[in-house]
Design a protein around this ligand. Structure first.
Ligand SMILES: Cc1ncc(COP(=O)(O)O)c(C=O)c1O
Length: 506
C-alpha cells in the first residue's frame, strides 16, 4: 500500500499514536523506509548544517586522539567556539537561556568553581560544606516562598532538596506523590491532573514513573480551567499541578482555586514556579501585585523553583520543596542490602557535581533579598515595555496577560516566518504551538540599555518581511507547520527522535 494513502486514512488522521505505530511498521518495509528516510532527511538537513558550524574550524574527534592534545591547543579551540557563541547571548539576543550573565557575576562564579570543581555531594563526610550549602539553599528558597507564614498559620514544616534542574524537581515531586499513594495502600494506575500548558517535565514524569497525565485544555486567557480540572479528578488521582507562571505564555494559573480544590479532594498540589518563583516572590518591587501561589496557600503541598534560572546561579540546580517532612521522605532512595554498602540518595543522580551547588549558594548569598528585588524590578519593567511594544506592532497580538515571558501570535502573517526573520537578525526566540506563537523570556540580558528597543525594531522589520515575501531560507516554519497539521502530527515524534539522533552525530 502507498505510504501517502495510508497516512490519508481517516483513522490515522485522527490518531497521531496510530500514525506513529504505522510508521514503525512501515519502517520495516525497505522501500517505504527509504522514502520515509528521504522525507525526514530533506526536513532535517538545514538543521544538520546549523548544528555543526565548527566543522571547518575545530577538529572533529570521532575517536580518541592517539596522543592527547596540549592544553593550550584545547583551550584555543574552546576559545574560538566560546567567542562566537558568547556574543549572541551576552548582547541579549536569546530568549531565556542565560538569566544573569553579567561579567562580574560570571567571574565570581569562576572563582567558586575553582574552589569546588572536584567536589561531590554524595560524600557529605568528605565535603560537609556541600551539605551545609544544600540545606541552606533549601531553607532560603522555602523562606522566600512563604514557609514562615505557612508554619504560623497552618503548622506546615516546609522542607526540600536541591536537584539538578526544573525537570528533575518535577520528576521527583511526581514520583513522591506516587510513592506516597503506594505507601498509603492505594492501588494504581495513578493519574495527575495538569493544565495543557504545564511543562513537558510532567509528561516525562508520567512516562518515567507510570503515571497517567491528564492534560486539561486551558481557558481563552491561557490559564488553567479549574472547573475542567475538577471534573478530571478521580479516585486514581494523586496530585494536581499548575504553573506560576507557565513556560509557553508566561501567565499565572489560578493557584489558589486549584490548590483549594486539591485540598478538598485530599490530593497533592504542586506549584511549578521553576521559571518564575524568584521573580514573583519579589514582584512587589515593581509595584506588581501577584496572586498567592506558594505555601501560604494551605493546599499547596509541593513546589519547584529554579535557582539556575531567575535565581541567577549557573546551570545545574533547582529546588523541590514539600509542605512537610513525611512527604519528602517518599522522594528518597535507600538500599540496605547492596554489597557496595549502605546506600542512600535523595535525588535521581548518584554522584553529583558539587560545584553548581556551591555556586548556587554563593549566588543566593551574594544577591540577597535586595539583589533579587532589584533584578525583579528591572525585568518586570522591561517586560512591560516589550509587551506594550509588541501590542503596538500592526499584525501581532500578545497572548494572555503576561508579565515578562511574552508570547505573541498573528492572524495576518505566519508567525514562524517572523521567528525565522528574527533569527536572521541574530535573535534566538522560542517557537511554540497550539496555537502557533513565539515567545521572549526577558532576562537581565534584556534590561540593558538599547536591547528592548533593538528587539522591537527588529520585530517590526521581521513582521514586514514575513508579510512581503514568505520565501528564502526556510528552517523551522515547515516543521512547526507540519506539527500543526493533523495528518502529520504522528510523524512529529519520529522527527524529534531523528533530531536527537543528529545531536549525537559527530
Ligand atoms: C515552568 C517551567 N517548569 C519547568 C521547567 C523545566 O526546567 P529545566 O529546563 O531546568 O529542567 C521550565 C523550563 O523552562 C519551566 O519554564
Amino acid at each position: 500500500m502507498k505510504v501517502e494513502r495510508l497516512l490519508e486514512n481517516p483513522l490515522v488522521r485522527r490518531a497521531p499514536r496510530v500514525t506513529e505505530w504505522l510508521l514503525s511498521k512501515l519502517q520495516k518495509v525497505p522501500a517505504a523506509r527509504r522514502r520515509i528516510d528521504e522525507a525526514f532527511d530533506a526536513l532535517l538537513s538545514p538543521l544538520r548544517r546549523e548544528l555543526r558550524p565548527y566543522a571547518q574550524v575545530v577538529p572533529t574527534y570521532d575517536r580518541l586522539p592517539d596522543v592527547g592534545r596540549r592544553p593550550d591547543e584545547v583551550l584555543a579551540h574552546l576559545d574560538e567556539m566560546a567567542r562566537r557563541e558568547t556574543e549572541r547571548w551576552s548582547t541579549g539576543r536569546v530568549s531565556g537561556a542565560v538569566y544573569h550573565g553579567g561579567e562580574a557575576h560570571a567571574a565570581f562564579m569562576t572563582e567558586v568553581y575553582r574552589r569546588f570543581g572536584q567536589t561531590n555531594p554524595l560524600h557529605p563526610d568528605v565535603w560537609p560544606s556541600l551539605s551545609k550549602f544544600e540545606a541552606e539553599i533549601v531553607a532560603m528558597a522555602a523562606d522566600m516562598l512563604g514557609a514562615d507564614e505557612a508554619r504560623r498559620s497552618h503548622g506546615a514544616d516546609v522542607c526540600g532538596t536541591v536537584t539538578s534542574g526544573g525537570t528533575e524537581s518535577i520528576l521527583l515531586a511526581m514520583k513522591t506523590y506516587r510513592d506516597r499513594a503506594l505507601a498509603q495502600g492505594r492501588r494504581g494506575p495513578f493519574d495527575i491532573v495538569v493544565p495543557a500548558t504545564a511543562h513537558a517535565a510532567f509528561d516525562k514524569a508520567g512516562a518515567y514513573f507510570g503515571i497517567r497525565v491528564k492534560k486539561i485544555p486551558v481557558g481563552p486567557d491561557f490559564r488553567a480551567d479549574p472547573a475542567a480540572m475538577a471534573r478530571a479528578i478521580t479516585p486514581r488521582t494523586i496530585a494536581m499541578a499548575a504553573s506560576a507562571p507557565s513556560f509557553p505564555h508566561g501567565v499565572i494559573d489560578p493557584i489558589e482555586t486549584l490548590s483549594n480544590l486539591a485540598r478538598a479532594n485530599e490530593i497533592g498540589f504542586h506549584t511549578d514556579a521553576c521559571l518564575g518563583g524568584f521573580v514573583l516572590a519579589f514582584a512587589d518591587a515593581a509595584g506588581v501585585t501577584v496572586p498567592p501561589f506558594d505555601f501560604r496557600l494551605p493546599g499547596v503541598t509541593s513546589m519547584s523553583v529554579d535557582t539556575h534560572k531567575y535565581g541567577y546561579a549557573p546551570k545545574g540546580t533547582s529546588v523541590v520543596l514539600y509542605r512537610d517532612r513525611a512527604l519528602r521522605r517518599h522522594q528518597y532512595y535507600v538500599a540496605t542490602e547492596w554489597p557496595g554498602g549502605l546506600y542512600f540518595s535523595p535525588t535521581l543522580a548518584g554522584s553529583r557535581p558539587g560545584a553548581p551547588v556551591a555556586q548556587c549558594w554563593a549566588t543566593m548569598v551574594r544577591m540577597g533579598r535586595e539583589g533579587y528585588r532589584a533584578a525583579a524590578r528591572s525585568i518586570l519593567e522591561t517586560g512591560r515595555r516589550i509587551r506594550e511594544g509588541i501590542e503596538a506592532i500592526d499584525g501581532l497580538s500578545v497572548l494572555g496577560d503576561p508579565l515578562w515571558v511574552i508570547a505573541f501570535g498573528s492572524d495576518e502573517v505566519d508567525v514562524y516566518r517572523v521567528l525565522e526573520a528574527m533569527g536572521r537578525r541574530g535573535w534566538s526566540l522560542n517557537g511554540l504551538h497550539h496555537p502557533p506563537c513565539v515567545h521572549l523570556a526577558v532576562t537581565l540580558r534584556h534590561v540593558r540599555p538599547g536591547v528592548a528597543d533593538a528587539f522591537l525594531r527588529d520585530l517590526r522589520a521581521s513582521v514586514e518581511e514575513a508579510r512581503r515575501a514568505p520565501s528564502g531560507e526556510e528552517t523551522l516554519a515547515p516543521i512547526y507547520g507540519m506539527a500543526a497539521t493533523v495528518p502529520t502530527r504522528g510523524l512529529v515524534g519520529e522527527m524529534l527522535r531523528r533530531y536527537v539522533d543528529l545531536l549525537y552525530e559527530p
